[in-house]
Write a protein that binds this ligand. Structure first.
Ligand code: PMP
Length: 356
């Protein structure tokens, strides 16, 4: 039976990425060696890193004056590298979920954190709006997509300070205006590749402004100077990420992804709004994530949760159990998720409803 992969991350990747990576695990770039067993300084791997960086710039229309890096340590290491490198005395954070809260916790080790708004009062089921950001902060940190709670900031907030964004779960899903950001980071394991690589896009001018000493390995400038090869990069994840970037380019880039992502999200949210058994956890359509669609059983049908999970599993759905802090269900529909899989989930919901 066909499996429909709705995992939140690590998550579905394009067939192209898997096939090309599988080939290179055996024979990389005609070397007769595995991509796992060649030097990161070989001309073959240096070409991989160079092309990956160039494609990130091309696909996201990254302006001059920014560097692209492939680091390690996940988005979680960025929670502290960002304030280490960019926060003088004060930075602003928008608290939209568990990941934002973790970023705030780390930032507090480096200076004053102004939490400009929070949706914690409603278990993070909306995106706060209309908040003020002090002028004297070095940046406003946002989490563009809240993987656990299913909310997304599809447009950058209009503010007078530079932005920093954790885009782990929605990077490459729609166009962004990179010029508004001092830094963007994303763990690879959603829209890019396997876990192990972290993409960072940083404005060169934003660096070198803080007074504190920064350990070499945690200093973005170290990695910029070394072309992401200061130490051994995660070669296999970077190779796989390059394949996804090629796939993205071949398929019309982030502009084309956005169209399909809107279509997929509409199909699923329309069903959730129609089907009497289910309720989407994010009420405001503006705040609904196009990547992670979270929903619960309607109050009258709460006892059917396990039955639906079993039914959906029997129809090939994988990974739809919601995060433990929200409960219910979460269907992650990243770039690589075909429309057919979303339709298959909708069909399962309709079949389940018919029998109730
Ligand atoms: N931020 C967001 C939005 C996430 O979804 C995650 C989970 N993948 C993280 C940060 C933490 O990422 P990592 O596991 O790569 O440290």
């Amino acid at each position: 039976m066909k499996k429909h992969n709705f995992y939140a991350g690590p998550s579905i990747l394009p067939e192209f990425t898997k096939e090309k990576t599988a080939e290179a695990v055996i024979n990389f770039a005609g070397t007769g060696l595995s991509v796992m067993e060649v030097s990161h300084r070989s001309k073959e791997f240096v070409a991989v890193m160079d092309e990956a960086m160039a494609l990130v710039k091309e696909l996201l229309h990254v302006p001059e004056g920014y560097s692209v890096l492939f680091l390690q340590g996940g988005a979680s290491l960025q929670f502290l590298m960002v304030p280490y490198n960019l926060m003088g005395k004060k930075a602003a954070y928008l608290n939209t979920g568990a990941w934002s809260s973790k970023a705030i916790k780390e930032a507090k080790l480096f200076g004053e954190v102004v939490e400009v708004a929070s949706s914690k009062d409603a278990n993070f089921n909306y995106i706060p709006k209309g908040f003020d950001v002090p002028d004297d902060v070095d940046y406003l940190h946002i989490t563009s997509n809240n993987t656990i709670f299913g909310t997304e900031l599809l447009k950058e907030p209009e503010v007078n300070v530079p932005l920093v964004a954790d885009m782990s779960s929605d990077i490459f899903s729609h166009p962004i205006d990179v010029a508004k950001y001092n830094l963007i980071y994303a763990g690879a394991q959603k829209n890019l590749g396997p876990s192990g690589a972290t993409l960072v896009i940083v404005k060169d001018d934003a660096l070198g402004k803080v007074e504190r000493q920064i350990p070499t390995m945690l200093n973005y400038q170290t990695h910029i100077n070394a072309g992401s090869m200061f130490n051994t990069p995660a070669t296999l994840p970077v190779f796989a990420s390059l394949q996804t970037l090629r796939w993205l380019k071949e398929n019309g880039g982030v502009e084309a992804m956005e169209k399909v992502n809107i279509e997929k999200a509409n199909i699923l949210y329309s069903e959730l709004d129609r089907n009497k058994l289910f309720v989407p956890t994010v009420a405001n359509p503006e705040d609904r994530s196009r990547m992670n669609v979270t929903f619960v059983m309607a109050p009258d049908y709460a006892e059917l949760e396990k039955d639906f999970l079993d039914f959906a599993t029997s129809k090939g759905m994988v990974g739809i159990k919601g995060h433990r802090s929200v409960g219910g269900f979460r269907a992650s529909i990243y770039n690589a998720m075909p429309v057919e899989s979303v339709k298959a989930l909708v069909e399962a919901m309709q079949d389940f409803e018919k029998n109730k």
